[in-house]
Design a protein around this ligand. Structure first.
Ligand SMILES: [Zn+2]
Length: 505
């Protein structure tokens, strides 16, 4: 059972308790804080002192504040409120016998400011069975953690009155996730033509396959990527909690809805911005995109270093971020959508514009495109630019809306979950190569067909496994237990780009 006055510190998306011990002895006024980095102590001390003065408590004597355990890294602002309460208790202003958790940054006038980490704090308080006091501005997100006893606080004075029993704070009412709506930003029906690419993103969504879209500027790669978000199944409660935890720890406000995160990363973004870290230790884009889509536009422009660091999240669904005081793990299970031009000038194979690239430039570009991450991409898809006359004629063609595609995707996901549950996997993309190949059921005529196709395409062993993996998803979209030749044939069409590159090299 937790005792005393506690604050929190964050480790990854976990909140850990920090116990506040205060001792006041006679003598000249001084405050010493043990267990906080110097700069943070100085600022926190000033805020706490001013806020306490605001409620008529002037600190006197030699004050020692111990933040335990000492070896955990801590952040000053998160600990303002528990330090203030600890000082008030030591000065005899409040009497607190049971354990409680406090968090919040104090303004000089005693108001409480929004802080990051309220969601993990609520999860922690719930597990420990103690009440949590948070700034009013954090109320909405804390309300999503069901079963926690929490109170929203506007000012230090309000909290003091509550603790002395003079005025009760109303508890935060849990509202859970039930009323969250689901929205697609870009509907598939709004994208003209591109039937092959739409089919490919449906497969990507169904099996959680990473995908590469290759096309000239203006061909609609970005819209297709955004539409993918809208056909993914809505977040489950468990997944929403993961998303919420990461956002809370990143210091970002709540984004409502069950639609999955979609994070676009520009190639000029720093490694810290993408992977996480920094002096204040925040999750990066790959974690903010957890359970959703990470979109890398202009894929060949990304540095080797960044692409290399994405390898772990793509394989394990987590990312380890190191810093001086040890390393931290954040969730990072993303569906990677990357997009690139077919060549440096962007018009190789375009119906209207001529490609102006030299053979040398083309070769260099192709080389940039190969590498560790490309190895993790199951689907390679060409997104051709439409001719003006095609655009006009397509005005008449009705395209399937995202909602009905999403139902197919959800059904295919269910098939995969049921099939792989016993082995501990969720979807086709998660299965290691060996496990996948041992567990495939195919029609009789598939093997000879495959053998022949492989000779023609010259795919690597890994490429071969990816063909099978994607074929499994295509079969699942049809709810077919066995993989058939048609499934393999379609799957092979998504490797054509790779085979071409192979031949050129
Ligand atoms: Zn070109």
């Amino acid at each position: 059972m937790m005792k005393g006055i506690n604050g929190i510190t964050l480790k990854g998306t976990l909140a850990l308790p920090v116990e506040i011990e205060v001792e006041i002895t006679g003598g000249l006024f001084s405050i010493t804080v043990v267990g906080l980095p110097d700069a943070a102590v100085k600022e926190a001390r000033e805020r706490v002192r001013a806020a306490l003065r605001g409620i008529g408590l002037t600190l006197k004597g030699r004050i020692a504040i111990n933040l335990a355990p000492a070896d955990l890294p801590k952040e000053g602002a998160l600990l303002d409120l528990p330090m203030a309460v600890g000082l008030a208790k030591a000065a005899g202003r409040v009497n607190l016998s049971d354990g409680a958790v406090f968090m919040g940054e104090l303004a000089l006038d005693g108001r409480l400011r929004w802080v990051r980490g309220a969601v993990p704090a609520a999860v922690m308080a719930k597990e420990l069975g103690v009440p949590l006091f948070v700034p009013r501005e954090n109320e909405r997100e804390v309300a999503l953690v069901s079963g926690v006893k929490a109170y929203p606080v506007d000012t230090l004075l309000d909290l003091m009155l509550h603790l002395t029993g003079e005025k009760q704070l109303g508890p935060i009412e849990s509202r859970g996730f039930e009323d969250e709506k689901f929205e697609a930003d870009v509907d598939l029906a709004d994208i003209k033509g591109q039937f092959a690419a739409k089919r490919a993103i449906e497969i990507a969504a169904a099996g959680h396959h990473n995908i590469l879209l290759t096309g000239s500027p203006g061909s609609g790669k970005t819209m297709l990527a955004q539409a993918l978000k809208g056909i993914l199944p809505p977040l489950s409660d468990e997944e929403m909690m993961e998303v919420l935890l990461v956002r809370s720890v990143a210091g970002m406000s709540l984004e409502s809805g069950r639609s999955r995160p979609f994070r676009t990363v520009h190639h000029t973004a720093s490694s810290v911005a993408i992977c996480g870290g920094g002096s204040a230790m925040r999750p990066g884009e790959v974690s903010l995109g957890n359970r959703g889509v990470l979109f890398l536009d202009e894929f060949p422009e990304f540095s080797r270093e960044v692409l290399e660091s994405l390898r772990q999240p793509l394989e394990d669904g987590i990312i380890n971020v190191s810093r001086a005081a040890g390393s931290v793990t954040y969730p990072a299970r993303v569906l990677l959508v990357s997009a690139c031009n077919p060549c440096p000038c962007g018009f190789l194979g375009d119906p209207a514009e001529q490609c102006r690239c030299t053979a040398h430039a083309l070769e260099r570009y192709q080389r940039k495109l190969s590498g560790p991450i490309l190895d993790r991409i199951d689907l390679h898809v060409a997104v051709p630019r439409l001719k003006p006359e095609e655009l006009v004629s397509l005005d008449e063609v009705k395209s399937e809306p995202s909602e009905s595609v999403r139902l197919r995707v959800q059904a295919a996901r269910k098939v995969q979950q049921d099939r792989w549950r016993e082995l501990g996997y969720n979807c086709n993309a998660e299965l290691p190569e060996k496990v996948l190949r041992r567990n495939l059921v195919m029609e009789e005529d598939v093997k000879p067909f495959l053998a022949q196709a492989m000779r023609g395409l010259r795919l690597s062993g890994r490429g071969f496994s990816r063909v099978l993996r994607v074929a499994r998803t295509i079969a699942d979209l049809e709810n077919s237990r066995k993989i058939a030749v048609t499934h393999i044939a379609e799957s092979l069409s998504y490797r054509r780009g790779e085979a071409l590159n192979h031949a050129r090299r």
